[in-house]
Ligand binder design. Sequence first.
Ligand SMILES: CC1=C(O)/C(=C\N=C(/C)C(=O)O)C(COP(=O)(O)O)=CN1
Length: 457
Amino acid sequence: LTKMAEPYKIKMVEPLKIRTKEERIRLIKEAGYNPFLLNAEDVYIDLLTDSGTSAMSDNQWAGMMLGDESYAGSKNYIHLVEVVKDIFGYNYVVPTHQGRGAEKVLFPVLVKKGQYVVGNMHFDTTKAHIELSEGIAVNLVTREAEDVGNYHPFKGNFDIEALKSFIEEKGPENIAFILATVTCNSAGGQPVSMENIKEVRKMADKYGLYLFFDAARFAENAYFVKQREKGYENKSIKEIVREMFSYGDGFTMSAKKDALVNIGGLIAIKDDVELFTKVKTMLIPMEGFVTYGGLAGRDMEAMARGLEEVLSEDYLSWRINQVKYLGDKLREAGIPIQYPTGGHAVFIDGKKFLPHVPQEQFPSHTICVELYIEAGIRAVEVGTLLAGRDPVTKKEILPALDFVRLTIPRRVYTNSHMDVVAEAVKRVYARRDSIKGLRFTYEPPILRHFTARLEPV
Ligand SMILES: CC1=C(O)/C(=C\N=C(/C)C(=O)O)C(COP(=O)(O)O)=CN1
């Protein structure tokens, strides 16, 4: 019985505004049919992202009052380093302002012009920073990730054969490093198994390559390992995290996800002190001095406390089952989603939902627009609009996966909100045959999905 409700009670609330349907039709038109351009106060249930949108705990808020805002040697930094060492087993740690801050400092140190960074699936801003470092981002995720409707326990895994032949084909000297994203956001928040991580580690050792983690959703990955991988059912989340990261040489982290804070990032290096010196040298001009890296002391304190809190099994079990709760309601209604549901979001298969809308007219983005009109819900497209154009041919990339991501913030919404979301998706699904696609009225040259403006065809 104790597992049926949130393992926390609510002490402070933020009243929500609910615009009328007429207002929402006007507002989304004024926003160029792009939910990114809506004002938050015009959104009822915001499922745009789980990044930076978590509710902090009383323990974290109390930590905010203990901010040591000294420029150098803040006690919050010392606390943060201790926590990272204790959880991940890495000796060298610097804060950054968020995940991109970590990427723009670490990648130039690791990547030489023209080298490849091979990953399961890179998040779009991570890909952007690999390219800004003049590297080439390559995704080698298991084919199971594209088998959307069928159950596979670890759809975030690397395709080990593909990884081996890619490194052989290009030559290890042309691989900057291997990057394992846990969980794999772009595949549907899908986990990577410990067995797969061990296989990737073997490759890294065989070819003398670094293995880094993109650790944004590390705790959710560990929870799935505990639930789904033989031999881990009796291990604590902390033990599983420790083992996962023992196979890595370092990580970047957007703390805005599993560290339960609204701003923050990290770079951690296991034991390569030389590499750490290069990172610190880059950090100072790009993010700030070593002991604050673009953050206030209070933010580092909240992050240190969040990293410890997120390891709670009661918290993880509730958080991940809330995603499953929404996913199950949609599957029961016959709505096509990435199955099983991931750690942070339900991913609707837009191409199957709107088979009559050509991919060039952005089926999943169209569903996001309809969800806002239907019930003031803001979701995000992770598909064709996001993928953009081939930089050389300028043709639409047309990715295999075209998803609506219903991204659930941590500790913010109850299952009553999930019931509203499920009902709204069902109503859009019921009228899907009458839904038309979208076309650009303004198409930005890079990362177009954030500021594009569109209209119904
Ligand atoms: C796996 C991964 C991410 O998901 C990520 C950011 N994700 C966002 C903003 C999201 O909506 O999924 C980033 C960038 O983190 P940042 O948004 O700069 O703190 C890196 N890796």
